[in-house]
Ligand binder design. Structure first.
Ligand code: HEC
Length: 228
């Protein structure tokens, strides 16, 4: 009889604990969040609800799928940690910590599992960087052309880069008249140009930006300082 009551207490206890951790705790953390509303200058009415739209709906295979299919998330996270848990912001990966609302438009949030490469949550924000303040290797800008070079041959941008190359996201084509401005290599009459997948992936990377302030996650580093 005593054994039975222990068993019952165990089962009941496990149920109560999991209910607390998986239902009540998340609900108390994010259940009371109010919609994020941006007012226009005249303070008349909310102008939009959320300023960020991910570059998701392009082409047959949107950039986010190309990112997922190629396993970028194995080495890259998309979550900036609070300063007390890590140096993400010091490294230039974001101006505030990431919160649940940042994934609101993503049916499959790609938070990532391990972090061998830099965090990409704010890659397209314009203030993202991956080098120290005095690093001479800092590129003038990381635009689509820069991303193509990185995807085709990461070592051409940074000789010690460990990011794997993705040459199959590119195709060889005849040069015709002028080589394309996006060509990553020109060999005689042939040029190596990005495929539609590479273009969508670049658009997706450039759309990654969660630097706008949110009520539950105020800006910690001012964007101007982040850019330095
Ligand atoms: C095996 C791990 C690994 C995988 C998989 C991987 N990366 Fe990387 N990536 C790295 C490492 C390490 C770095 C840091 C070295 C560097 O800056 O190039 C990096 C750097 C980068 C950078 C920043 C370069 C800079 O400094 O500006 C971008 C952007 C990037 N990777 C995109 C991608 C994309 C897109 C994919 C998928 C198509 C991908 N990575 C897959 C490891 C990986």
């Amino acid at each position: 009889m005593e054994k039975q009551s222990t068993l019952f207490t165990g089962i009941f206890g496990a149920f109560i604990i999991s209910c607390g951790v998986m239902v009540l705790l998340p609900s108390s953390q994010i259940g009371a969040l109010q919609p994020q509303v941006t007012w226009d200058e005249g303070q008349n009415s909310p102008s939009d609800v959320y300023p960020v739209k991910l570059e998701n709906a392009l082409g047959r295979r949107p950039g986010q799928s190309v990112y997922a299919e190629n396993g970028c998330f194995y080495c890259h996270t998309q979550q900036v940690r609070d300063p007390q848990y890590g140096a993400d912001m010091e490294r230039g990966w974001g101006v505030r910590r990431t919160v649940a609302r940042d994934y609101i438009f993503q049916s499959v949030p790609l938070l990532g599992s391990t972090r061998l490469g830099p965090d990409l949550a704010n890659f397209g924000s314009g203030t993202w960087r991956n080098e120290h303040h005095d690093d001479r290797r800092a590129p003038a800008k990381r635009d689509a052309a820069w991303i193509y070079k990185h995807l085709y041959s990461p070592k051409s941008n940074f000789p010690d880069s460990n990011c794997p190359p993705y040459p199959y996201l590119f195709e060889r084509k005849d040069v015709g008249g002028q080589p394309s401005p996006d060509a990553v290599a020109v060999e005689g009459n042939h040029q190596v140009v990005p495929t539609a997948d590479a273009r969508n992936l670049a658009k997706y990377l450039l759309s990654l930006n969660s630097s706008h302030e949110l009520k539950e996650s105020p800006t910690v580093i001012k964007p101007k300082e982040a850019k330095k």
